[in-house]
Write a protein that binds this ligand. Structure first.
Ligand code: UD1
Ligand code: CA
Length: 457
């Protein structure tokens, strides 16, 4: 059985009040549509067609890396019309699963259940019972409990409106039958739209026993129409991720103040304080602790390392048993070995820092290779940029760089050497010696401070 998926994404999303197409708004750092596409990959869809309308070029560009077929619905004439646009692209699939680009949290397990139900019959619907069914299409069943049709809110009579089982819109259907039924739909209804839901009645009249399946949670089938609903689903999703992380052995100081926008892999006994944001792919070794208010993005932190409060760590690697922060910034391509220390208001960029080295206060280390057991004093700057080109600074093992020194790259500081505080180092320094560039201190005898002139009144 070859499966094709159609993702409906042509709606305008006017209630978002946004210049961005609705399906490109992000949930946990990923567009709504990308969430749905990822789920189609999880269920091994062989062909996924996105029906787009508003902002189509933007949507296509945003998902250009994905294996998708695209088809335009020029006018939004209804969900049935939208699926019709995709029919030509589905010529060689056996069954079709219809998903919505603005229903991001539909789970692969639920879809697999639905597809399984559709193996037995030509049409399976995903339905849910809601306390307040207002706005949704109602699932109408006969006295024997078999589905007979779906009636849209605007077309429903009083007894139909009282039904609380609703259509989520998601369904699985035999492709050939779908094509046949769609050919027979019309727009003779309250909204003058071609309703996909009209195929249900046609299926029943063809003697099809329509199957129904329910999702594990309501949030799985909730659509995003405005930013309030988006925020609701974001918090729901984050809470589910936080629970999974805690079950994997991580202590979260407050699961409602933790955000994961990507993937996090963790060792044992990791502790994460409040307001930590994780983006991209992050790896934390055993017993890592992350202080409050830190952002970690595409980074790897070794076992027993402490990230103190308010750090920003972006595309960096930190070795085991290190201490970073508070208020440190590690920028891309920073690789810190084991037992390193990076303190407050230190910025490190594209640099390797060797085992046991320390950069404790107020420094900038960029485009540098720093050996092991180096001590970089407060306020040291690697001057890596001359306004046109970047150059490297190489610091050997066991170097001591005195506070407030500038190392004008390209420059090499020999192993074991000491740089006197306040130096501006422009030439390579020899190993194991003291180098410094500092004006001699002098004292002026008999000098007097200026005094204020008395003003005439
Ligand atoms: C639809 C269902 C309704 C169900 C509800 C669930 C129909 C006729 N009704 O109603 O039974 O309870 O979803 O949310 O199917 N879209 C297009 N092109 C169109 C129209 C819609 O791509 O011409 C897309 C929208 O972008 C959206 C989805 O289809 O992702 C649903 O459209 P929407 O207008 O929200 O459908 P409802 O009227 O709410
Ligand atoms: Ca809707």
């Amino acid at each position: 059985m070859k499966l094709g998926v159609v993702i409906l994404a042509a709606g305008q999303g006017s209630r978002m009040r946004s210049n961005r197409p609705k399906v490109l708004h992000e949930l946990a750092g990923k567009s709504l549509l990308a969430h749905v596409v990822d789920t189609t990959e999880a269920i091994h869809s062989e062909l996924t067609t996105v029906v787009y309308g508003h902002g189509g070029e933007q949507v296509k560009a945003a998902l250009s890396q994905r294996q998708l077929a695209w088809c335009e619905q020029k006018e939004q004439l209804g969900t049935g019309h939208a699926v019709m646009q995709a029919i030509p692209s589905l010529a060689d699939v056996d069954s079709v699963l219809v998903l919505y680009g603005d229903v991001p949290l539909i789970a692969a397990e639920t879809l697999n259940k639905l597809l399984k139900a559709a193996e037995e019959t030509a049409l399976a619907l995903l339905t849910v019972k809601l306390d307040n069914p207002t706005g949704y299409g109602r699932i109408i069943r006969d006295t024997a409990g078999r589905v007979s049709k779906i009636v849209e809110q605007k077309d429903a009579n009083a007894s139909e409106l009282a039904v609380n089982e609703v259509n989520t819109g998601i369904l699985a259907v035999n492709r050939a039958a779908l094509e046949r039924w769609l050919d027979r739909t019309n727009n003779h209804n309250a909204q003058e739209e071609y309703y996909l839901t009209d195929i249900i009645e046609l299926a029943v009249s063809d003697g099809v026993d329509v199957a129904t399946v329910s999702p594990a949670s309501e949030e799985e089938v909730m659509g995003v129409n405005d930013r309030v609903q988006l925020a609701h689903l974001e918090r729901h999703y984050q809470r589910a991720q936080a629970d999974a992380i805690m079950r994997a052995g991580v202590t979260l100081a407050d699961p409602s103040r933790f955000d994961l926008r990507g993937t996090l892999s963790t060792g044992r006994d990791v502790v994460i304080d409040i307001n930590v944001v994780i983006e991209g792919d992050v790896e934390l070794g055993d017993c890592v602790t992350i202080g409050p208010n830190s952002l970690l993005k595409n980074s790897k932190i070794g076992a027993n390392t402490e990230i103190l409060a308010n750090c920003v760590i972006d595309e960096a690697e930190v070795g085991a048993s290190s201490v970073i922060g508070p208020f440190a910034r590690l920028r891309p391509e920073s690789r810190l070995a084991e037992k390193t220390k990076v303190g407050n208001f230190v910025e490190i960029k594209k640099s390797d820092i060797g085992v046991g080295s320390k950069v404790n206060h107020l420094s900038y280390v960029g485009d540098a290779t720093v050996g092991s057991n180096v001590n970089i004093g407060a306020g040291v700057i690697t001057c890596n940029y001359d306004g046109a080109n970047k150059s490297r600074t190489i610091i050997g093992d066991d170097v001591f760089v005195g506070s407030d020194s500038q190392l004008i790259a390209p420059v090499e500081i020999g192993a074991g050497s000491t740089i006197g505080a306040g130096s501006t180092i422009t030439r390579n320094t020899p190993a194991s010696k003291l180098s410094l560039s500092r004006a001699k201190q002098l004292t002026i005898d008999g000098w007097q401070r200026p005094v204020k002139k008395s003003k005439d009144k």
